[in-house]
Design a protein around this ligand. Structure first.
Ligand SMILES: Cc1cc2nc3c(=O)[nH]c(=O)nc-3n(C[C@H](O)[C@H](O)[C@H](O)COP(=O)(O)OP(=O)(O)OC[C@H]3O[C@@H](n4cnc5c(N)ncnc54)[C@H](O)[C@@H]3O)c2cc1C
Length: 305
């Protein structure tokens, strides 16, 4: 652990392991530091992942870890708490007090879905309270669906989810829905409930409906987009450039995952909450290749000098 790694990857899930795989196959010595809390850990099955349709997210990660372990990739359980970097190397401090150094850093720490303080919401997250129709819409197609507006983006989410069911209710939760939008939603039969939802109903992770301040609306599944908070606090000392996006404030990257620091890269949900598992794997594979290419360039520059 005292060596200087070619690359340190913080976050060992879909994105991090994919970047590590490319780097390992490029004969790079890689350290993956992972806390083991992937975003989709609440779901038993994942969908839209070619070759892994309906499989468990945990199985994908088990297989991914085995894949990278065939190369010079070391996986260490731990949490990165701070990072410092100069022009040559990056030092990552871990929660147990150890520090590891690398010639490049790939940040793949995902995000935290900040649940609303609504009774019954968190316990159903990933089973009957869903965030993404591409991931879980097929399983509830044609059923009584709801969209809980946790932000103005929910009116777009409602239009999207109408694709999966013609029995759809948008719970506005105080979101402004103007007359034009009201008419647009009504034109395809989307119902509007303005009375605030105060509780989700049903046994365990099952859902039978929601209670509003005015009564009960029966439902089979509820879609909602909790506020995404990127897991990037530990990078604060780097002062990386940030991008203000419709989905929040994220580390700014170029098309290859490079941040404003030349040795630091970021991939997956930590820079884009809309990336699914295969999108994260794909983007991180490209970034892993780019990290190697940048190391190659530095090595030729140094040899030439
Ligand atoms: C309920 C739910 C269900 C989903 N279902 C699907 C689906 O069916 N299909 C699909 O394609 N997508 C699905 N997704 C989206 C999927 O979770 C993401 O696309 C994917 O997890 C992104 O991968 P990632 O590697 O960027 O982040 P993550 O998978 O979240 O991994 C980040 C890793 O970094 C670790 N980490 C964080 N901070 C630190 C730190 N400081 N130090 C060390 N390690 C750290 C975390 O513990 C975690 O292991 C779902 C999401 C949710 C919320």
């Amino acid at each position: 652990m005292s060596e200087t790694w070619d690359a340190i990857v913080v976050g060992g899930s879909a994105a991090g392991l994919s970047a590590a795989l490319l780097l390992g196959r490029a004969l790079r010595r890689v350290l993956v530091v992972d806390e083991g809390q992937p975003r989709n850990r609440f779901a038993d099955h994942m969908h839209g992942v070619l070759g892994w349709e309906g499989e468990s997210p945990a199985d994908l990660l088990r297989r991914g870890r085995a894949d990278v372990s065939r190369y010079a990739v070391t996986i260490c359980e731990g949490r990165a708490v701070s990072v410092n970097a100069d022009d040559e190397s990056v030092t990552v401090e871990l929660a147990d007090g150890t520090a590891v150094a690398g010639r490049a850093l790939v940040v793949a720490t995902g995000l935290t879905d900040q649940m609303p303080d609504l009774p019954g919401f968190a316990q159903r997250w990933g089973s009957t309270v869903l965030h993404c129709p591409y991931c879980h819409g097929w399983e509830v197609r044609g059923q009584r669906l709801g969209v809980l507006a946790l932000s103005p983006m929910a009116t777009h989410q409602a239009q999207l989810i109408r694709q999966w069911s013609d029995d759809l209710t948008l719970f506005t939760m105080g979101t402004d829905v103007d007359d034009a939008l009201r008419a647009r939603l009504a034109s395809r039969g989307v119902k509007l409930v303005e009375s605030p939802v105060v509780e989700l109903l049903g046994e365990g992770t099952g859902l039978t409906g929601v209670r509003t301040e005015d009564g009960v609306v029966e439902l089979d599944a509820l879609f909602a987009g909790p506020t995404p908070k990127p897991n990037d606090d530990f990078l604060a000392d780097l002062g990386l450039d940030r991008a203000d996006t419709p989905m929040g404030d994220f580390i700014a990257i170029d098309e290859f995952g490079r941040t404003s620091h030349p040795l630091v890269y970021a991939v997956g949900n930590v820079i884009n909450p809309a990336l699914t598992v295969p999108m994260s794997i794909g983007a991180a594979a490209m970034t892993g290749g780019m990290v190697n290419m940048d190391l190659v360039t530095r090595e030729f520059d140094a040899a030439g000098a």
